[in-house]
Design a binder for this molecule. Structure first.
Ligand code: BJ8
Length: 430
């Protein structure tokens, strides 16, 4: 990394020594997991570049935005409406929390038995190793799960936090509560950024973010082909980068990649052969650089064709109508779109069950792997409903519970291989 970058990080108050250790931990993982893949689309080059520059170029862009008086808003959940942040002239950054960093510091303020994602974001903040976190003027939290909702109280000691109340059911009164939360958030963003949101700025933001979601959808659609033209790991990486890259540039790069993938589909060129088991992954989000389970699945000979995850389909599958007239009307559309998200924090959560069955058909999946982080009650418990639904539809399921450590890699690989063996023999029977 250049000395200009080191100056940049120092100016953000990063602990440079701890940050060096973090960067040293990343590149070999990326090389091993990503760059060693065969048959990658050429247009993945841009996304490799983004990872290589993960704490460089984009951070520089954020600082330039701040120097012009703009605000950077951090989020941890796909419930936080990016459109409203953009309409107020802000930049929305999905903070990653996909690696165990600063665990010792995090454990000074949190119990040890807590979800690794929560421990990770607290560790990142307390250890001062994430230039994205240190660039944030405000973090937006939500009341999705108990762990996050209580951790945000503590995080507020270190960075200003605005919490949105996400309901736990989807009845009429819950929808009304969520709409009012979205409208309050709009007002808070106007106050915080000093920018009045207008019907024009909100409509433009809706169009831009819809554009990003459409591009991701085009990519997802291409993966329905057999052989599928891109690996699940590459697709996941793109879905992770979607959370923090510049919206216009990212959208254009995904569209370029899709054009290449369409040519591959015409030539029947796949990333794996047509007999590779087709797997859907579902469960808790997989934030950068958490690629452990997808890597194990794909080095075991399968190909992941879809992610029913918040770093996946849940992030981009619903659009917001672009023809809303007043701010009030558009805010209602924004609220309605976000409330369609099938997070396990809802009880019951039938939308997720229905979607999994539909996805298995649409993507001609041979099996589903449910992957949950340890101590994540909503997903670990909801795995029971998923298992019941998939059994009814005769869709093979493997359930995994894991964290960000590498200690269980061997055991997970054995279980995944056994599952894929079973799936292959079923394929042979059909
Ligand atoms: S909409 S999935 S991004 S809340 S893994 S912190 S649930 S204990 S991340 Fe999520 Fe929004 Fe839902 Fe999606 Fe809690 Fe579970 Fe940890 Fe989690």
């Amino acid at each position: 990394m250049s000395s200009a970058n080191r100056q940049l990080w120092a100016s953000l108050g990063l602990d440079l020594e701890a940050h060096d250790q973090l960067l040293q931990a990343l590149p070999p993982t990326y090389g091993e997991v990503y760059l060693s893949q065969e048959n990658r689309p050429e247009k993945m080059e841009y996304f490799d570049f983004v990872v290589a520059e993960i704490h460089g170029l984009r951070i520089q862009e954020l600082q330039e935005h701040k120097a012009r008086g703009g605000k950077v808003i951090g989020t941890f959940c796909v419930f936080v409406p990016e459109e409203i942040i953009r309409a107020a002239g802000g930049i929305c950054i999905g903070l990653c929390s996909g690696v165990e960093i600063g665990a010792a510091q995090a454990q000074k303020v949190l119990p040890g038995s807590i979800c690794p994602l929560i421990k990770s974001f607290m560790g990142f903040k307390l250890a001062r190793v994430c230039p994205y976190f240190e660039s944030c003027d405000l973090v937006v939290g939500e009341t999705t799960c108990d762990g996050k909702k209580k951790a945000f109280e503590i995080l507020n000691d270190y960075v200003p936090v605005h919490v949105m109340e996400v309901p736990q059911l989807k009845r009429g009164k819950d929808k009304a509560l969520w709409s009012s939360e979205v409208k309050d958030f709009l007002t808070r963003m106007e106050e915080f950024t000093g920018h009045k949101i207008t019907a024009t700025s909100l409509r433009r933001a809706i169009e831009e973010v819809n554009g990003k979601r459409r591009a991701l959808w085009r990519l997802a659609d291409l993966r329905k082909h057999n052989p599928t033209p891109i690996s699940g790991k590459d697709s996941l990486l793109i879905e992770q980068i979607a959370m923090y890259d510049d919206v216009g540039r990212f959208t254009a790069k995904v569209e370029e990649l899709c054009a290449e993938l369409e040519a591959r589909v015409r030539e029947n060129k796949g990333v794996k052969g047509p007999d590779a088991p087709r797997i859907i992954v579902t469960g808790t989000p997989m934030a950068i650089p958490n690629w452990k389970v997808p890597h194990l699945i794909e080095i075991s000979g399968a190909v992941i064709v879809a992610e029913e995850l918040c770093t996946g389909l849940r992030y981009f599958e619903n659009l917001i109508p672009e023809e809303g007239g007043s701010i009030e009307e558009m805010a209602e559309h924004v609220a309605a779109r976000y409330l369609k998200t099938n997070c396990a924090c809802f009880t019951p959560n039938p939308g997720r069950m229905d979607r999994l069955v539909e996805l298995a058909k649409e993507y001609r999946a041979d099996g589903i792997i449910h992957c949950s982080l340890t101590f994540c009650d909503p997903y670990l418990i909801e795995a029971n409903r998923v298992a019941r639904t998939l059994e009814k539809h005769d869709i093979p399921l493997l359930q995994i519970e894991t964290d960000y450590g590498q200690g269980d890699t061997g055991q997970l690989k054995t279980r995944i291989e056994a599952f894929l063996e079973m799936v292959r023999s079923r394929k042979g029977r059909v």
